[in-house]
Write a protein that binds this ligand. Structure first.
Ligand SMILES: *[C@@H]1O[C@H](CO)[C@@H](O)[C@H](O)[C@H]1NC(C)=O
Ligand SMILES: *[C@@H]1O[C@H](CO)[C@@H](O)[C@H](O)[C@H]1NC(C)=O
Ligand SMILES: *[C@@H]1O[C@H](CO)[C@@H](O)[C@H](O)[C@H]1NC(C)=O
Ligand SMILES: *[C@@H]1O[C@H](CO)[C@@H](O)[C@H](O)[C@H]1NC(C)=O
Ligand SMILES: *[C@@H]1O[C@H](CO)[C@@H](O)[C@H](O)[C@H]1NC(C)=O
Ligand SMILES: *[C@@H]1O[C@H](CO)[C@@H](O)[C@H](O)[C@H]1NC(C)=O
Ligand SMILES: *[C@@H]1O[C@H](CO)[C@@H](O)[C@H](O)[C@H]1NC(C)=O
Ligand SMILES: *[C@@H]1O[C@H](CO)[C@@H](O)[C@H](O)[C@H]1NC(C)=O
Ligand SMILES: *[C@@H]1O[C@H](CO)[C@@H](O)[C@H](O)[C@H]1NC(C)=O
Ligand SMILES: *[C@@H]1O[C@H](CO)[C@@H](O)[C@H](O)[C@H]1NC(C)=O
Ligand SMILES: *[C@@H]1O[C@H](CO)[C@@H](O)[C@H](O)[C@H]1NC(C)=O
Ligand SMILES: *[C@@H]1O[C@H](CO)[C@@H](O)[C@H](O)[C@H]1NC(C)=O
Length: 577
């Protein structure tokens, strides 16, 4: 027995510090802490990224900004409890170099670790007719949405547009009969036959929303922008229902890399030369200016690839709103939307790359908004939609509606590149069909060998994402001497493995206080104890809220490997009468 001990000591002494780290990794910290998806942070179209510099998750949202700002910002140390940051991502002021007039939607943020710049992609709409004509030819082009990019040195902004204009990309569809031009405002009733629709002039610039960048491993693989063709200029003949339906489809295009590598972040993202101007000259009689009042029309006509649409592959779950015109007594359009995509690559056990694209379909305002996925052998497809779609959708028994438009984030401590990443899909949902949209966090499972993407449970008590433990609790006495000298205040902090403080004021967190083993109080970070006898043992223990009504709080345990289970607690001897 002694010899074994000596052997281990000698062996440990020989380990390099690097080996010590990997030896420790074999005995990972775990916690039994849980979280509940409560509707507490207002968020729409959330994009979440892990910021290794601050050891925080950052959420970027269409909604949730303070007045005078665009895009709500939240941070979280554990991917479950969120704290709103003041302001927002982009300030509504001249210095931000704004080009969009409204409809600031769907922000996503990426860090270039080599240059230290954070890039915020988003969609915005132009209403200024001069600018609309410049990008879309027609000054009264309906819903002129474009993609913008703003930059910051900090993940919390403020972000400043690289230039006071959208990215350098003019997607043009030479095969589209511009049906809006033979319709009347408010553009609710399309032509009733395909023949009539085809009398509309050919060609339209494409308004885009919901940007998502897929970054390839290297320049060979490339960098791709995915976006949704804004439905308002996309009436598509549906042979099944024998009518025009207003669609939004998901498109992809390759970007060039100059903007990403610019050390000063002064270069606007631009479309790759493979796509630049490829649709120019396809319509012989096309003129860029519509009339003398708006002579400055677009000169470029860039390409794109359709990756998700009904034409490519119909799926019945995407048809929830194709009869809305009749159902609403003529106040809504017949619609079919696909939007809010995220693309990731995984490698199967034969070493083959598979691209997975999640997207949302149906109207975000309705409970039917849901998530599906498709997979492809290359970034721009062809994509095959999964037969298990939708993989996330409303469920009255779980009080969850309008589930969709999320993003994919991997827990940083999970082994990156090993195929064992622990993925989550932060998304929005409503706790009732009429509620606002809130931030929800669901586990996402991706198995490239099975072409499989699926969600873990999203209600009830959910296991906290890995990477928070070990927690470290500290208690400092901030004594208040009162007339009788008996009051004592204690300041409690709990930090996660990265040394980041948990927000004990968050409704999911609480501290339980025991005196000589008996519970006497509970609270947040500031604990007041009154009338505790001198010499008593006071125990502070970290708890998390539970979904279970008969067990609404749970002491948090943590353990290393499978052993050494302990509470997250601190004992102190109370001094004072
Ligand atoms: C930005 O601020 C200007 C000036 O206060 C205001 O007119 C405009 O409506 C604001 N824009 C948005 C999109 O809120
Ligand atoms: C990381 O944070 C430090 C200090 O907050 C800052 O100086 C540095 O520029 C940051 N790096 C990046 C890449 O943001
Ligand atoms: C519209 O944009 C043009 C050109 O950028 C500018 O000169 C004009 O003042 C703008 N009009 C309004 C109403 O903001
Ligand atoms: C443009 O020319 C095509 C034939 O090349 C014709 O079908 C179309 O109607 C023309 N469009 C306009 C607006 O004149
Ligand atoms: C030019 O465009 C404006 C705005 O849409 C419109 O009011 C006007 O009638 C157009 N003029 C001509 C000659 O088409
Ligand atoms: C449409 O009109 C019918 C008949 O007037 C009415 O019963 C129904 O409630 C209306 N539906 C909506 C969505 O307004
Ligand atoms: C703990 O807090 C709850 C309210 O959150 C309260 O009802 C309960 O009495 C407290 N327990 C103790 C021992 O103070
Ligand atoms: C001590 O005094 C405070 C007021 O200063 C009072 O609230 C508290 O009840 C007193 N405690 C005891 C044990 O008398
Ligand atoms: C707790 O135990 C200590 C030591 O046994 C004792 O002095 C103290 O009075 C006890 N406190 C209470 C509140 O019972
Ligand atoms: C809730 O807690 C009670 C008491 O510990 C337990 O019996 C029950 O199974 C729990 N229910 C759920 C849904 O976890
Ligand atoms: C706190 O005290 C209890 C009972 O005296 C003991 O079991 C526990 O290990 C102590 N916790 C710590 C962190 O010292
Ligand atoms: C509390 O007890 C400690 C010894 O355990 C003693 O030194 C101290 O004077 C006592 N304080 C009071 C206010 O009685």
């Amino acid at each position: 027995m002694f010899s074994q001990v000596w052997y281990r000591l000698i062996f440990l002494g020989l380990l390099t510090s690097r080996n010590v780290v990997s030896a420790q990794r074999q005995r990972q910290w775990h916690t039994d802490a849980t979280y509940i998806n409560t509707p507490s942070s207002t968020a729409a179209d959330p994009y979440v990224r892990w910021d290794s510099n601050t050891s925080l998750y950052y959420a970027y949202s269409t909604e949730g900004a303070d007045d005078g700002w665009f895009f709500g910002l939240y941070t979280s140390p554990d991917l479950a409890t969120w704290t709103k940051l003041p302001g927002g991502a982009i300030k509504n002021e001249t210095a931000s170099k704004l080009w969009a007039d409204d409809w600031y939607w769907a922000p996503e943020c990426y860090l270039n670790e080599n240059t230290g710049w954070y890039f915020l992609f988003y969609a915005g709409r132009m209403t200024n007719q001069t600018n609309v004509a410049r990008y879309f030819k027609y000054p009264d082009f309906e819903e002129a949405s474009k993609i913008g990019v703003a930059v910051s040195r900090s993940p919390s902004g403020p972000f400043i547009n690289i230039e006071a204009s959208p990215i350098d990309y003019y997607p043009f569809d030479p095969d589209y009969h511009d049906v809006n031009l033979i319709m009347s405002p408010p553009y609710l009733v399309p032509p009733s036959t395909l023949e009539e629709g085809e009398t509309a002039p050919l060609g339209s610039f494409i308004p885009g929303i919901d940007p998502d960048i897929y970054f390839g491993d290297d320049e060979d693989e490339g960098m791709f922008l995915f976006f949704s063709r804004n439905a308002y200029r996309n009436w598509v003949w549906d042979p099944k229902y024998n009518k025009y339906i207003e669609e939004s489809n998901i498109y992809g295009v390759r970007l060039n890399g100059a903007w990403w590598n610019d050390a000063d972040a002064k270069t606007l993202p631009a479309v790759h030369s493979d796509f630049k101007d490829v649709n120019k000259g396809k319509l012989a009689n096309w003129t860029s200016a519509v009339n003398d009042s708006f002579p400055a029309g677009p000169e470029r006509m860039d390409g794109w690839v359709s990756v998700i649409s009904r034409t490519l592959q119909p799926q019945i779950w995407e048809d929830a709103h194709v009869f809305d015109y009749a159902a609403s007594n003529g106040t809504l359009k017949d619609r079919r939307w696909s939007e809010g995509s995220t693309t990731i690559k995984r490698t199967d056990s034969d070493g083959i790359s598979i691209y997975f694209l999640t997207y949302s379909a149906n109207n975000y305002e309705s409970p039917d908004y849901g998530v599906g996925y498709a997979y492809a052998p290359s970034p721009l497809g062809p994509y095959a939609k999964s037969n298990s779609n939708p993989i996330l959708s409303q469920d009255a028994s779980r009080n969850i509606y309008s589930t969709g438009h999320g993003s994919i984030v991997a827990v940083p401590s999970s082994s990156t590149g090993s195929g064992k990443e622990e993925f989550y899909y932060p998304h929005h949902a409503r706790p009732s069909p009429d509620d606002d949209r809130y931030l929800y966090i669901s586990r996402l499972f991706v198995d490239p060998d099975q072409l499989y993407v699926a969600f873990g449970p999203d209600t009830g008590d959910l296991r906290l994402p890995s990477g928070s433990a070990p927690f470290d609790m500290q208690v400092a006495r901030t004594t208040t001497t009162t007339t009788n000298g008996s009051d004592s205040n204690y300041l409690v902090t709990v930090k996660n493995r990265y040394g980041v403080e948990l927000d004990l004021e968050n409704a999911a967190n609480r501290v339980r206080v025991l005196v000589n083993g008996t519970e006497v109080a509970n609270g947040t970070s500031d604990i007041s104890l009154d009338g505790v006898e001198n010499g008593s043992q006071v125990t502070f223990r970290y708890q998390r809220a539970r979904f279970n009504a008969s067990e609404p709080w749970l002491d948090v345990k943590q353990f290393q490997g499978l052993a050494g289970e302990t509470w997250v607690e601190v004992n102190i001897t109370h001094e004072g009468s």
